[in-house]
Unconditional design. Sequence first.
Lengths: 361, 444
Amino acid sequence: MNQVIISAVISLGAIGGAAAIILYFVAQKFKVIEDPRIDEVDEILPAANCGGCGYAGCRAFAEAIVKTGDLDNLYCPVGGNEMMKQIAPIIGVEAKEKEPEVAVVRCNGTRQYAPEKVEYDGPQSCAFAHSLFAGKSGCPNGCLGLDDCVESCDFDAMYMDEETGLPVIIEDNCVACGACVDTCPRDIIELRPKGKKDKRVFISCVNTEKGAVSRKHCSVSCIGCGQCVTACPFDAISMENNLAYIHPEKCKLCRLCVPICPTNAIVEANFPEMSDKLIEKAKENYTKQKEKKKGAGKAGEEKAKAKKATSTDKKTSASSEKKTQDKSISTSDAEKKEPRNDSEQTSKQKDKSSPDNPENK
Amino acid sequence: MKTFKLGGIHPAENKMAASQPIEEFPLPKQGIIPVSQHLGAPAKVLVKRGDQVKTGQLVAETAGFISANVHSPYTGKVKKIDHVIDASGYRHQAIIIDVAENEEWEEGIDTSGDIIRQVTAEPNEITEKMKAKGIVGLGGATFPSHVKLMVPEGKKVEYLIINGVECEPYLTNDHRLMLEKAEEMMIGVSILMKGLGVNKAIIGIENNKMDAVEKLQSLVKDFDGISVEPLKVKYPQGGEKQLIKALINREVPSGKLPLEVGCVVNNVATAYAVYEAVQKNKPLIDRIVTVTGKSLKKTANLKVRIGTKFSELVEYVGGLPEDTGKIVAGGPMTGKAITSLDVPVIKGTAGILIMNKKEARQAEPRTCIRCAKCTEVCPQGLEPFLLHQFGELQKPEDAEVNGIMDCIECGSCNYTCPSNRPLLEYIRYGKAQTNEMIRNRKQK
């Protein structure tokens, strides 16, 4: 009996030893030399595999970093600057500081501002609904509210506000991976720099229709009147296709454009309450800027602008007065929508006060 | 009796308007004429704001090989050229005309009711005239008809097939046309035969319209080469490929046109429009629209000028009933729900269907139970559940391999699905993606 066990152990041991020797040499022969730095980088990466960097996953991104050996076009939004600083010494380059970004929803067409005119009972997917019709409110650029972006988010940074019908971004969770940006069929979500102390000013609308048309579906749409472009002292706002856009790199967060907008399409995030003084200043600035920009323009345009100025001035004063009363501080995007509840009323009033609304032409 | 073999369903017919004779609908106060009423490139606008136009005047011309002329259906003044909401809710270019009280027709258009039997036009003249008068396929796809007559070299056409099937539930416009304009339509068929240079034409009609079959059969002896074939009722027999299969038992290969099997298919309404264009010089400015629905006070088949708003037609049948759940442009199977009644009638509008709440109710979709009912009824032999998944997951490559481009969007799969899955919706979406992918590939 003992003999059987001994012979089994010896023979198995011999086979094992032989196999180990063969395997050792084979492994030496077919060795894949992988840059050890890849593992080092991979170790540091957040392992979220979100694809926010543009690569299939964290490993692929690590390989790309080591292979190219420079960080100019490679950035992990999840880890941010701090993590990139850790990675940089491994491949021996200087990490480039990049301003942290956050996703913003550029549509404020809540159920209140953009009432639903039709019922939709088709497949619950934005991508599909976009190919089918203009949307429940009739706005061909506005949020369809069917959750595609929320589903795309891997970081629990989004939820759908049932009351407004719009997605809300939880800023603390958002890592700016851009998944929602890619998912949205209407390019409503944008990655914007977080800004100083998380403060941001942006146009919360992507509607490119004429003002008169867009106002039919939504009371807070950008009507392309261009008053913010005039008001901005830093030329940070441009106007294209009836839609204003605030360039974040130029914006100095002075907020002088916010009270000027007749439809309240300009949204500020994480700012303290707007003081009467600031509103007054914004008004003054607008008149001043207009004078200045008018001086640069041609004589023919001057007349037209002068006409506009009289009517718009009235309006801005009316709207700002109203605003001061009930504008409140907003700390997150979710709350951001609330302080504007009053503004519809205001804009309605404005319409009445000036029936020949110049920007609606 | 003949029918196609593969798949098919039997939805409730609900052809309530079948006994309603065609009524001439009065001219509206304002007409909205979209420039893109056909498949292909939108037409180029020729008029400007403030122009006076006559009825039948060319107001937008073809822009490309697959495109069609658009004529003014009204006498009046061009109010503006603007972007108006179409059935999808998106805006497209349209000419808006304020209609004058006295109608003045463009010269050369024969507006009398006389029937001109003698076909004098030469084949190339026929094609030219169809092109000039903006004739498009009125069966639903609105494919410019003159293109169908331009047979490429090396292809031989044996049969002209005329589609009088009208398998779509509710709709009765083709049925009424065959009954009331039978002779004109038959002349139209012989014009198309001459244009194509064929001597055989078959008119396929489902056997729920035996009165139309009898009516046409009584006329057949006056026209050489035309035969009328009753077909067993089955949806979607009106599909081009299914009709060819049913009538002459030939199968159109995947991705190919009916020309491949020696056929050209045209709708009965197109044949009638061809008659008017060639014999009477009249452009395509009106069409027959069925306005129907279970809750409506009355149903109607109306001869409507292009550009009349849906709201006016609905008003004519007694206004929207209270329990309206959905308004569909076209039939219940292939039509599209509209978001506003301010949409104008265009060349492809075969009907307006007002569904009540009960009919319009959409059941909650449940998980696919792999029962293969959709595969069983698919008239194209596809696997809808699979294509649906590829559409939903946005996988155009896989969808293409599985033949998504062969789907005729008949909706049989949706109709039959016991889990109420939105199969066709996602297949359509997948088709659009696949189409884009193929286009990109070709460009490379």
